[in-house]
Design a protein around this ligand. Structure first.
Ligand SMILES: [Zn+2]
Ligand SMILES: [Zn+2]
Ligand SMILES: [Zn+2]
Ligand SMILES: [Zn+2]
Length: 261
């Protein structure tokens, strides 16, 4: 906790208006603004008991409006001074050392960090120890794991051609990066798409794979799961049968992505 960068106030995260005389740059122990019961960053409404102990509103409710420290009633008197301080406070992101320059209201910092594009992920390839923000995964997969790279537009079909042993292809949409995974199996190739980003954003889009070969038509539709914590075996995949491969031995299929409202 001691090296947590909340409110570190270094030069790079100096709030706008610095030097105008209206902004203070301070170093704050992050524990001071956490609810002592749930340890979450405090956000208004904040309540205090008659002895001045403070708690967040959900903890007051869970504690039946009894103070955690002294058992006096809590939940009626707001602690407006701390609320005002917290509303005015902007802090740096915990992923600042990965490149995030955002200054976020203190009460929004947990929400920001849960979808920060600089949050690091571990590479899912066995034996690879790479860990870094999602924006570095494209380069990592192309340079280290030999992935091909394609750009695509949402709501439009595009054709993918892969060698049977070509395991990865980076797919760059306008706002999200995906990883197409291709695994050789006994009866064909298992193909599915994962999403390089936080699990909280994975419901924002879906993808479809389609193979047409003569009178055969195979399709699947699924949500690309975040690479964060995905198991070896994905929930959904399409097994592309050997008989549908191109004459040169490669596999080919159509892909499309769409945003989910
Ligand atoms: Zn709490
Ligand atoms: Zn109390
Ligand atoms: Zn961030
Ligand atoms: Zn890797």
């Amino acid at each position: 906790m001691g090296n947590d960068p909340y409110g570190s106030g270094d030069e790079e995260s100096a709030p706008e208006g610095g030097g105008s005389g209206k902004t203070l740059i301070a170093t704050i122990d992050p524990d001071a603004f956490e609810c002592i019961i749930c340890m979450e960053p405090l956000s208004p409404p904040i309540f205090q008991c008659t002895n001045g102990h403070i708690a967040c509103s959900s903890c007051c409710f869970l504690m039946n409006n009894r103070c955690h420290s002294c058992l006096n009633p809590i939940g009626k008197i707001r602690c407006l001074a701390i609320e005002k301080l917290i509303e005015s406070m902007k802090v740096g992101c915990i992923y600042a050392h990965h490149g995030c320059r955002e200054l976020v209201r203190y009460s929004q910092i947990t929400a920001h960090q849960s979808k920060c594009i600089y949050a690091p992920y571990s590479c899912s390839v066995s034996g690879c120890s790479f860990s870094g923000p999602s924006i570095r995964f494209s380069d990592h997969f192309t340079s280290v794991h030999g992935a091909c790279k394609m750009q695509f537009r949402y709501e439009a079909w595009f054709t993918v051609l892969l060698a049977t042993d070509e395991q990865f292809c980076i797919l760059e949409g306008e706002d999200m990066v995906f990883l197409l995974q291709n695994k050789m199996k006994f009866l064909g190739n298992m193909v599915y798409v994962t999403y390089i980003g936080p699990a909280s954003s994975e419901e924002h889009c879906s993808y479809q794979i389609e193979i047409k070969k003569g009178r055969r038509r195979l399709t699947m539709e699924s949500v690309p799961r975040s690479i964060d914590g995905i198991d070896e075996i994905p929930q959904d995949f399409l097994l592309i049968p050997v008989e549908t491969y191109e004459e040169d031995g490669r596999l080919t299929f159509e892909l499309s992505f769409r945003h989910v409202a």
